[in-house]
Every structure is written in C-alpha cells, then in structure tokens.
Design a protein around this ligand. Sequence first.
Ligand SMILES: [Zn+2]
Ligand SMILES: [Zn+2]
Length: 258
Amino acid sequence: MVNSRLDTLLEKLFPRQCLLCRQPSHNPQPLCHDCRTSLPLNHCACEQCALPLPTGAAPGALCESCLEGQRDFDRVIAPLVYGPGIRQLVGAWKYRRQTLLSPLLASLWLEHLTQLPACDLLLPVPLHWRRQLWRGFNQAALLGRALQRSHPALAGIPLLEGGLQRRQHTRHQAGLGAGAREANLAGSFRLRAEVSGLRVAVIDDVVTTGATAQEVAAVLKDGGAASVQIWSLARTPAHPATLAGPASGLSAEYAAPQ
Ligand SMILES: [Zn+2]
Ligand SMILES: [Zn+2]
C-alpha cells in the first residue's frame, strides 16, 4: 500500500516519458502505446532469412539470395524491420548503454511470435573481447537473458555466453556491403560448446546482411547442430534508405548496427 502510494507520488512528480516521442507514458516501460504500435513490423519477409519483401509477396516466399544460395541457418526470426523507432531503441540500448531497455526489447520480440520455436540451447552472438571490454556488455547476451526472464519456457534452456568465440577483432561491419561483410567475417567464429544433435537458437540484436548469421550457422552445423535458428529483434531491409526514420538527431552509427 505504502509502495503503491509512493509509486503514484513519484509518477506525478516525475512522469515517465516515452523514449521516442518524449510524451508522458503511462506504461511501466519507456515506450508509449502509440510508438509501440507504430514500430515497423516485418510481416512480409523471406521465410528463411527474414529479409523484408515487397508488399504482396506470397506467404513462404524466399528472397533471391535464399533461392540461389546455400544458407546454413534454417531460419531467421526477426519480427521488426530495422527502421524508424526500433533503430533509436537499439541505438540507445547498445551505444548509449541503456541496458535497462533489455526487458522492453525482449517483450517486443516475444509479442510478435505466434508460437515460441523449440530449441535446446541459446547462444548469443559473441563480440570480440576487446569490443566487449570497451562496451561493457554483449548486447546479444543481455537480450537472451531478458528473453529467459520474460518467458517461462526459455528459463530452463541453457544460455552459453561463451559457447561461441569471436577470434578476430574484425573491422566494424557498419558501412560494408554483403560481400565485404562475408570476407570480413570469414573464419572469425570458433565453437566452444557441444552442439551435436541440438536445436540451437543464436541470439543477435539486428540481422543486417545475414553474413554473421551465415558464418555462425556454418560453424554450428560443422559442429553437428541439428538446426540453427537466428533470433533477432529486427532485419535491415535491402534498401534501408527507403526507411529513413524520424528526425532524431541520431548519429550515423545507428544506421548500420554491429
Ligand atoms: Zn511515444
Ligand atoms: Zn532470404
């Protein structure tokens, strides 16, 4: 009772603000209802890599790359398009170190799923140790743990933060095209967990070209994984400039994540 009165008083004195529109928000999380419902959903996407497809594409359609190439991951699940709103949230979470946003981001991932996919092991995409030391955390591991806290079915599934190791301190992926990203990442992951026969869910914050997903999945399949899914918040469209976000004063680093 005392706590709820204190909460009400604090709410009046310091009303919560939506992180995106700066209007007062009555949600426990820092995102108002209007901004939450206006995040760009990735509802018309490649069945395998979740690349946003033109509106009207048939359910189950594949993008050109998935039709042509051999992908080692079975599926990417990315409920949002990396566009207005989500770009700012991910940017604040990762680059401004607002790690308290992890539960909000986990809830965004979970609320757009029709069914939680089965898996035996959660593996966050690793950062090179130097980048993690500089940032202070691995955002993929934060997201994975927030997912576990938000969904009871995930709570009992092992999450191995050291299950994959990033061997090379690669150049920032930001600004590189798909081919350059693949070359930049070649041989950069090493498996340090037993995955034989397991259905592995790899956690990543944003899938940009799919080069990281492919490289990690290849390592896991070499290690005997039965299946590899990539669980990601958002997928970058093929032509991200067409999804320029609202004026936000964000720096260029938010345009192409790593
Ligand atoms: Zn808002
Ligand atoms: Zn595809």
